[in-house]
Design a protein around this ligand. Structure first.
Ligand SMILES: O=c1ccn([C@@H]2O[C@H](COP(=O)(O)O)[C@@H](O)[C@H]2O)c(=O)[nH]1
Length: 230
């Protein structure tokens, strides 16, 4: 069976837990995601640990955001780990995004548009007035022009972003919650089925899977539900 287009966020406090979650979910999902918590604690070795024997695709979610020269060096430093995807913040601007793209030619650079934890009141307070859609579409367009081949946005904006950038760009949506699951610190959320129907290529799902007593079964259930819906 083809693994579901899900990246499981391995936001674990220790490497053993992350590696265990990775091995439990790998039969059901296409990708595992390493974020700041694990990478800052364990460094590059974490990639081999979660990749394990299965060789699952690893998404390195470091959300780089600095001047172009610094991001270029950081992207070059992690490119040797061959992550399938590496994130940078779109707000770093086109020169910074291009620097990451050029420094990591074998990795898809995904530009994070507007964090899924922000609601419209938050956006207004940080100076992004108007609907999230406007800022997300603007950041998506400039990121693609700068060479990003993937974008991170919430499921709320994914159809508008698809219209903006067309096919051929990988759209990645965190902020995904199965019906009835706790929203926690996310703000702009939708179900896995809705996110996929609206045009997402890869769904990032963390706690609804890893917080379950059986992460393998939770991943399998979401994967089965996506298959039924498609
Ligand atoms: O806008 C963004 C960008 C990245 N993330 C990351 O995705 C996961 C979501 O985890 P859940 O447990 O499903 O909430 C997490 O690793 C974030 O760092 C995001 O949520 N929003």
């Amino acid at each position: 069976m083809t693994p579901a287009p899900i990246a499981v966020a391995l936001d674990a406090p220790d490497l053993e837990t992350a590696a265990r979650w990775a091995s439990l979910v790998t039969p059901h999902v296409s990708t595992v995601k390493v974020g700041l918590e694990l990478y800052l604690r364990y460094g590059p070795d974490v990639i081999a640990s979660v990749r394990g024997a299965s060789g699952v695709r690893v998404f390195l979610d470091l959300k780089l955001h600095d001047i172009p020269n610094t991001v270029s060096g950081a992207a070059r430093a992690v490119a040797r780990l061959r992550p399938a995807i590496l994130t940078v913040h779109a707000g770093g601007g086109p020169a910074m995004i291009r620097a990451a793209v050029e420094a990591a030619p074998h990795t898809a650079i995904a530009a994070v548009t507007v964090l899924t934890s922000l609601d419209e009141a938050d956006l207004e307070r940080i100076g992004l007035r108007g609907p999230a859609d406007d800022a997300v579409r603007r950041l998506a367009a400039l990121s693609v022009e700068a060479g990003a081949t993937a974008l991170v946005c919430s499921p709320h904006e994914v159809s508008a972003v698809r219209r903006e950038v067309g096919d051929g760009i990988t759209l990645i949506t965190p902020g995904v919650r199965p019906a009835g699951a706790a929203v926690q610190d996310q703000a702009r959320v939708a179900t896995p089925e809705q996110a996929l129907a609206d045009g997402a290529d890869l769904l990032v799902i963390g706690r609804p899977i890893t917080g379950s007593p059986d992460p393998g079964a939770a991943a399998a259930a979401i994967a089965a539900s996506l298959r039924r819906a498609s």
